[in-house]
Design a protein around this ligand. Structure first.
Ligand code: ADP
Ligand code: MG
Length: 259
């Protein structure tokens, strides 16, 4: 893994000497105004290939809006989003090559597990045999081998979350974005899944931008942690760095140092 990277406000200079490959994701000055106020306020953030970045922050700080903007579900009022150097302006969500998994993962209850996982493939016109092979592969990956015929209603919360993850991974997104992916699970299951996820993403080489309000989850999963406050990035750094050297009183308070 590439470890810590600086953020993109400085443009090309922030990416090193400019001779390296474009980052997987680069967000420049992303601004979104909703209800007359900025929900994202000139946010700059780069994510390197294979990097796992976790965005932390209190409720309402703009985390979900940031992911939605990258996914193409929330237009920007200013700024831009580049995937592997390509400006995504005007590119519709389903053509962006990014996967998005929400907290309320919304499996299709009338489809079995395999049908849910295959959904991302079917809409792209993959043939039946390839679909079945790929579904089997994905269910193995997320630790649910042979579960393709199971009914969604028979699954535990953790199993449903794994199915949602398999579905998000099915089209092999260049960038996987997770919005509170484990939010509805109890703590012990979450702690276990986070470790598994980190391993899984490492094996697949998946680039991940994940949102959580749970710092334990972020610190266990991430190569880099980004803390948001009121639509801005308050701090970005390695988990150890953020933990040991909070940038300001807000971050320190958010991490629970002044309770
Ligand atoms: P987070 O995911 O960090 O909790 P969000 O990105 O969901 O934060 O929301 C950031 C802020 O934007 C919140 O204050 C929220 O109330 C506001 N917001 C979100 N969607 C809308 C909308 N459609 N209209 C007005 N305000 C909105
Ligand atoms: Mg949110």
């Amino acid at each position: 893994r590439s470890g810590d990277r600086s953020d993109g406000r400085g443009g090309a200079a922030a990416e090193g000497n400019g001779a390296g490959p474009a980052p997987m994701l680069r967000i420049d000055d992303a601004t979104v105004r909703l209800g007359g106020r900025p929900v994202l306020d000139a946010v700059g953030l780069s994510v390197a290939e294979h990097e796992i970045v976790c965005v932390l922050g209190p409720s309402g700080s703009g985390k979900s809006t940031l992911l939605r903007a990258v996914a193409g579900l929330q237009p920007l009022d200013a700024g831009r989003v580049l995937l592997e150097g390509r400006d995504l302006e005007g590119v519709p969500a389903h053509r962006r090559g990014v996967g998005l998994m929400f907290q309320d993962h919304q499996l299709f209850p009338q489809r079995d597990v395999g049908g849910n996982v295959a959904f991302g493939l079917r809409v792209r016109g993959a043939d039946r045999e390839r679909q079945a092979a790929r579904v089997g592969e994905l269910l193995d990956l997320v630790g649910l081998p042979g579960s393709g015929r199971r009914a969604v209603a028979s699954l535990s919360g953790g199993e449903q979350q794994r199915v949602a993850l398999a579905r998000a991974l099915a089209p092999r997104p260049r960038l996987l974005m997770l919005d509170e992916p484990l939010g509805q699970l109890d703590r012990s299951l979450r702690e276990r899944l986070v470790v598994e996820l980190r391993e899984l993403f490492g094996e697949l080489g998946t680039t991940v931008l994940a949102v959580t309000h749970d710092q334990g989850e972020a610190f266990a999963l991430a190569d880099r942690v980004v803390v948001m406050r009121e639509g801005r990035i308050a701090q970005s750094g390695s988990p150890l760095d953020v933990w040991q050297r909070p940038a300001d009183a807000f971050v320190a308070r958010f991490l629970g140092f002044e309770n």
